[in-house]
Design a protein around this ligand. Structure first.
Ligand SMILES: N[C@@H](CCC(=O)N[C@@H](CS)C(=O)NCC(=O)O)C(=O)O
Length: 200
């Protein structure tokens, strides 16, 4: 399999899962500007959507959308505990988390990197994201991870929180999240994936 990534982008989440599960996967870096892969391929031929992550399976088929790629990798390794069994009530809870991280956190935090963002837009997103993070802290409670034990949702949530520094979004208002980010960031799989992407 091949995992197409941009350093530090949301593709870091499946990269963490690959390292967490020791799944045999080749990491292929994509150039954001040119859409060329480091293997000299036009990335748009792999994923016409143009964004990462994309997971190319050994039969040549391609899976996109972070939530799907994460669940696919977890299901390849059912004993890993990275996703509850398909169809179980806990699996729907995981999907609820993945959707929240994707649509409420990823898209809002990611908008800070849009060079066209105006001060008014930034202010509005900052307020909205603040509301979402207030709720996130309540949802997390005093748990170490979003469910019982580390799952793919934690890999995704860590990845999005990891953008805060570069986005100049101050997380210190949420000490629970600062501690969560530090805790997850210390996992060997996270350290390895970040080193491999040149982030450490
Ligand atoms: N809906 C997609 C969105 C993925 C996405 O936003 N990818 C960003 C990086 S986090 C990207 O590749 N952007 C392309 C670019 O910046 O040119 C998903 O959930 O996987």
């Amino acid at each position: 399999m091949k995992l197409f990534y941009l350093p530090g982008a949301c593709s870091l989440a499946p990269h963490i899962v690959v390292r967490e599960t020791n799944t045999d996967t080749t990491l292929v870096k994509v150039d954001r500007a040119t859409k060329q892969t480091e293997e000299g391929q036009n990335y748009l031929d792999v994923n016409p959507k143009g964004y990462v992550p994309a997971l190319q399976l050994d039969d040549g088929s391609v899976l996109t959308e972070a939530q799907v790629v994460l669940q696919y990798l977890a299901d390849l390794n059912p004993d890993s505990g990275l996703a509850p069994a398909p169809g179980s009530p806990e699996r729907y809870k995981l999907q609820e988390w993945l959707s929240f991280v994707s649509t409420e956190l990823h898209k809002n935090m990611g908008s800070f990197f849009n060079p066209k963002q105006t001060p008014e837009w930034r202010e509005a997103v900052t307020a909205l994201l603040g509301m979402r993070l207030d709720v996130l802290v309540k949802m997390l409670g005093d748990r170490e991870f979003v469910l019982n034990g580390f799952t793919v949702a934690d890999a995704y949530l860590f990845t999005v929180l990891n953008w805060a520094g570069k986005a100049k979004f101050d997380l210190s208002r949420w000490p629970t999240l600062v501690a969560y980010h530090k805790r997850v960031g210390e996992r060997p799989s996270v350290q390895q994936a970040m080193k491999e992407e040149g982030l450490l």
